[in-house]
Write a protein that binds this ligand. Sequence first.
Ligand code: C2O
Ligand code: CU
Ligand code: CU
Length: 458
Amino acid sequence: MSLPIRPARGSAIDERTLRAAPSQARLTGPGGPSTPTWAYSDTIPGPVLRLRQGRPVRITVENGLAEDTTVHWHGIRLPNAMDGVPGMTQPPIAPGSNFTYEFTPPDAGTFWYHPHADSLVQLGRGLAGALIVEEAELVEFDRDLIWLLQDWRLAADGQISGGFGSAMDATMAGRIGNLVTINGSAPADHGVRAGERIRLRLANAALARMMALRFEGHRPVILAIDGQPCDPHEPDDGRVVLGPAMRVDMALHMQGKPGRRYRVIDEFYDGLAYTLATLAYDKAPPLRVHPLERPTALPRNPLPEPDLAKALRQEIVLQGGMMGGGKLAGVGGMMGMSGMNMGMNGTAAWAINGMSMTGDGHAGMVPQFTLRRGVTCHLTIRNQTAWWHPMHVHGFSLSILARNGSPVSHRQWQDTVLLAPKDTVECAFVADNPGDWMLHCHVADHQMAGLMTVFRVT
Ligand code: C2O
Ligand code: CU
Ligand code: CU
């Protein structure tokens, strides 16, 4: 599948529409069962929005669902009023009405969009799409591909299983499914040509599934994380790790043999590795005779540089979740809740600094801390729980400084930072964008059950 590189020329403002509504999809292939889904503009995933760096866009979202929705443009640094958090940055979009989002993407890169209302169910039923912001200057690859990865929990008849927000999902690893799709289809052959160099953009749009992708016979080079260019490098142990909501852009040089097939394996969970996709080489001779040089870095985005010497320190401690022996850690005692219904239907199972904010966002959320505009915030995130958490900050990209006390080896900016159990991550950002901003775990069950907070920039 090849995507056009240049957007259509036209008026100065790029105009788009998305309609969220019930739909149907054949997730396991043309011969498989039809699954009732919720979709943007009738496709799973939603249409790939290709925008241009620095070019204003106006996106009208129509709500054809039977419940409120909003759209959050994940990773885009935009005005607070366009951030899509219901009750906090905008009123929710009621059934039958619409809302127009307007912003100018400052950064080129790979982003995505999804609802921020009834997030667990709306994302779990399929509402998600890729948002690609093209560099103002041309970046050359033979092909530019996006793989938007979704994880579905399907029953035997192909229907999406109910039971969203069960206590077990909420207090443990979240709603992990049983079918992973790439751009809406189950594992299939992806045709490639020997010698070509592909820019492969990966986006993990799963509710809860972490991924660690190994490309058999290939050596991917990571070019960008969460849309922000990094120093090109091969990943540790050759595996590309993606927590929910994370994106990685990589250069994939097709160095395999014509006519052969190579697997892409997701081996994040011990003993549960599966083949995500197969790279099927065309029989044609290699596109190039001479090997390519190492890929060069992508052009950097205009991110404000943190001033660490003058930084204001803040700390976020992640608490709660199920521990060994079936006990919830901390939260119960702190919140004065009793064991049985913990985590069910939006009750708290997690906390940040002793406070549980549940749901998708609402009016009157009290900020955890306030930053004066322009100040550098040195943020420490401490995971005291026994679980993995992809922690996401709205409106900013974070410069990652250190993990468990050791400086990180490559320049990296992220909007979603994956923390292993007991990890501590230090990062920094310039509070240059006023408003109330969300900071939450992107495992949807964890967010709904209290692993969320808000900070304010004035
Ligand atoms: Cu991608 Cu608050 O979310
Ligand atoms: Cu976001
Ligand atoms: Cu989490």
